[in-house]
Structure formats: C-alpha cells, structure tokens
Design a protein around this ligand. Structure first.
Ligand code: DAH
Length: 344
C-alpha cells in the first residue's frame, strides 16, 4: 500500500509538472485529491491493515497529499502571476500620447465685423434696433420717399412675395419703424444691422443676399457736420487713425442733401493702387440729412427736429478690412477660409 501511495505521488507530480492552464490544474486536483479521487481510492484499503501499520500508512498518505497540494498551490500562484502580468500589459495607458485636440469654432468674419461696428457705435451712445426681413412696400419704399413708379425703385431690383410684401432691399425701413416706435422722442440714435435681398446675379462683388448696417440720428439741431464727425470717428476706429474721409454729393430719395463717403485707400494709404483704381479713395457708404418727408412718416415735425442717416454694406467693410477679393468667400463656408478668422 505504501508502494501504491509512492507511485501515486510520482505519477501526480509528473503530471502536474506538465500542466499549462488553470482548467487542467483543477481537473488533476479533483482526479487525485477529490472525494472520489485516487488518494481516497487507495485509502479505502486502510480497513484491512493491522493496528501497527495503520498510523505508518496514514503518515505516508498525509505526506503524499501535502506534496501534491504544495505543487498545486505553487502552480496556481504561477498562473495568477502570469494572468496579472497579462492584464497589466493589456491595460497599460500611454500617458505621453498626444490627446485629441477639440476643434473649437470661430466667429464668422461678417459677424465679427458687425459686432465691431456695433461696438464702435454703442461707444458713441447708439442703441441697436432690428426689423423684419420680410417687409411691406410701405416701409421699404413708400415711407422712405420712394413712391410707386419712382425711378429709384429700379436701382433695387426686389424679390416680391405679393404686390405689397417683399424681402427688404435695404435696412432703411428700420429707420421708419424705429422713429414710429419712439413716439416723437429725441434724441434718437440707433444702428440697425441685418440681411437684405436683391435680384442680382452673384459675382465677386454682388450677392442676392448681403448685410447692411443702417444708422439714424434724430434730434434738435442735428447738422451735416455731426454726420461727418460721426463717420470720421467710425472709420478711424475701424481702419486706423491715419484714415481720412471725403463726402461726394449724391442722391438718395430718403436724404437731402445726400452724399457718398469715401475713405483713403486702406491698401495704399491714398497714393493710388489697383484696389482704389489709382484714385486713392474707396467708397464705403451712403448717407445724408433725413428728408423732411421721411421725418414726417416717422412721426416727427421737420420744423422742430432734423436728423442724419447712413447705410453701409457689411461685406464691403469686411472686404476692405481683411483684404479679401471675392464676396462669395463669405458664403461658401469653406473652413480653409473661415478658420483664418477663428483666432483673430
Ligand atoms: N439704403 C441705401 C442702399 O441700400 C443706403 C443708404 C444711403 C442708407 C443713404 C441711408 C442713407 O440711410 O442715408 O443703397
């Protein structure tokens, strides 16, 4: 019986040496040490032993069990170490890898320029007013002294929705709405930014939709010199203190007198270059003293108050500021173009 136990030990140890995975290790444990295992099987024969032999064989059996258990335990520990090492390797994080940079958006150049213009006029005490893009013929034309059949209506080829309703062709109708809303109060100082629409074919300088900013001041004793000083202040804040302006006589039905305003060329400083067609000047906006009929439509008495108004194209201001040669860049949403303004 002792021999059988010894044989069992060497057989078990030899097999355990070969074990390569935890599943097989468990099978062998059950096979040798389990309730119905080999060791139990041998010990069943103990009943037939003499009283002297029994403790001796019992001792050997215990040694065999202990020897097998030790090998099993060390194998188990070995598997656990290998498993931990494998998990550590698999779950390693390389903290030195560069992160994924978030792609922050930027403000569109037209929005940026609009905000800049607003800031300049807010600094001069103006407030910002807005009006609808779908406008009535009355506000867009009639109240601005462009009666039906007025030839100047052709200057602004319009998108009509019905006979009386159209997409506004300029931001000037907001002048009338603001005056009417003010109920005769003075002084009134507003700028009105927004989209306008014209039936133009799109090219480098035209678009069926673009942006304007209207300005309006109404009060007692408002003079043309106030208009000129305001505009000079505006362009010098926008383009730099070296920039000068000049007013050229012009015509708009809603102002009298009317003028177009030029700035010294932002490119060559007034010496003459291709951009200013060698004149040294670039036109940036239209303006004038509010026509008495327009003041009346706005609910003011032209014998008591006067006013000035101006209107500028935001795209044009932005083209000059950033030296851009095609208005369509503003609308194509090409990130190669837009991202240049993201951190400006
Ligand atoms: N509304 C004119 C346009 O779209 C621009 C303009 C000119 C506005 C003179 C004014 C102004 O307020 O006084 O061409």
């Amino acid at each position: 019986m002792k021999d059988r136990l010894e044989a069992l030990r060497s057989e078990a140890l030899a097999q355990l040496q070969e074990v390569a995975d935890p599943g097989r290790l468990n099978d062998l444990r059950v096979h040798y040490l389990g309730k119905k295992g080999q060791l139990t099987e041998v010990l069943r024969g103990m009943g037939g032993l003499s009283a002297e032999e029994r403790p001796v064989i019992g001792q050997v059996a215990n040694e065999v069990r202990a020897a097998i258990e030790i090998v099993i335990q060390s194998k188990q520990a070995e598997f656990e170490r290998a498993d931990t090492a494998r998990r550590l390797a698999a779950e390693t994080i390389d903290v030195s890898l560069p992160g994924k940079a978030p792609a922050p958006g930027g403000i569109h150049p037209l929005t940026k320029v609009t905000q800049e213009i607003e800031d300049i006029f807010l600094g001069m005490g103006y407030t910002v007013a807005e009006g609808p893009e779908v406008e009535t013929d009355y506000f867009n034309f009639e109240a601005l002294n462009l009666p039906k059949n007025h030839p100047a209506r052709d200057m602004q080829d319009s998108f009509y929705l019905t006979e009386e309703i159209l997409l506004r062709t300029h931001t000037s109708p907001v002048q009338i709405r603001t005056m009417q809303g003010a109920g005769g109060k003075t002084p009134l100082k507003v700028i009105c930014p927004g989209k306008v629409y014209r039936r133009d074919d799109d090219d480098a300088t035209h678009s069926f939709m673009f942006h304007q900013i209207e300005g309006l001041v109404v009060g007692p004793n408002i003079r043309m010199s106030d208009l000129k000083g305001t505009l000079l202040q505006f362009v010098q804040q926008m383009y730099g203190p070296q920039v000068q302006i000049r007013l050229r006589p012009s015509f708009f039905p809603f102002t009298e007198p009317s003028a177009e305003v030029d700035v010294t060329c932002t490119q060559c400083g007034g010496h003459g270059c291709r951009m200013c067609k060698h004149t040294g000047w670039i036109e940036i906006l239209g303006c004038g003293m509010v026509h008495p009929k327009v003041l009346e439509h706005g609910g003011y008495d032209p014998r008591e108050v006067s006013g000035f108004a101006f209107g500028m194209g935001v795209e044009r201001i932005a083209l000059l500021k950033y030296d851009i040669d095609d208005i369509r860049h503003f609308y194509n949403n090409d990130l190669r173009f837009l991202s240049q303004f993201a951190r400006m």
